[in-house]
Write a protein that binds this ligand. Structure first.
Ligand SMILES: [Zn+2]
Length: 117
């Protein structure tokens, strides 16, 4: 992939990383606030548990994407960015446009989604 294109993706990945870092720390904070606001009311406790559960999953998703974003940034450093980890073909531009931290090309991702990889 040419360097100018890589640079565009690198910037997008860095922006995404900042955004995710903010979200992750925000949901940690929200989780603590939900604890502090909790009263002894059973309904409140249930709502609090639900809120924490929701925040936990949301921040888990964000953490997972964050890990993928960091991996993609590593691949940029190594010069292997934009190459499918499975078939070693170039990942389609439209796939990288949609998901700059994609590890697989469209075909391999489809196989993985079906549990074939
Ligand atoms: Zn592939």
């Amino acid at each position: 992939m040419d360097k100018k294109k890589v640079e565009v993706y690198r910037k997008r990945l860095l922006e995404k990383r900042d955004e995710l870092l903010q979200k992750v720390s925000q949901s940690d904070q929200d989780g603590r606030e939900a604890d502090e606001e909790a009263t002894q009311d059973v309904a409140d406790k249930a709502a609090n548990a639900y809120t924490k559960e929701f925040l936990f999953h949301q921040s888990n998703d964000n953490r997972q994407i964050l890990a993928l974003v960091n991996e993609a940034l590593d691949r940029i450093k190594e010069g292997t960015y934009g190459v499918c980890l499975e078939c070693h073909e170039e990942v389609q531009a439209k796939r990288l446009e949609a998901v700059p931290w994609a590890r697989h090309c469209i075909e391999c991702q489809a196989k993985q989604d079906q549990g074939l990889l």
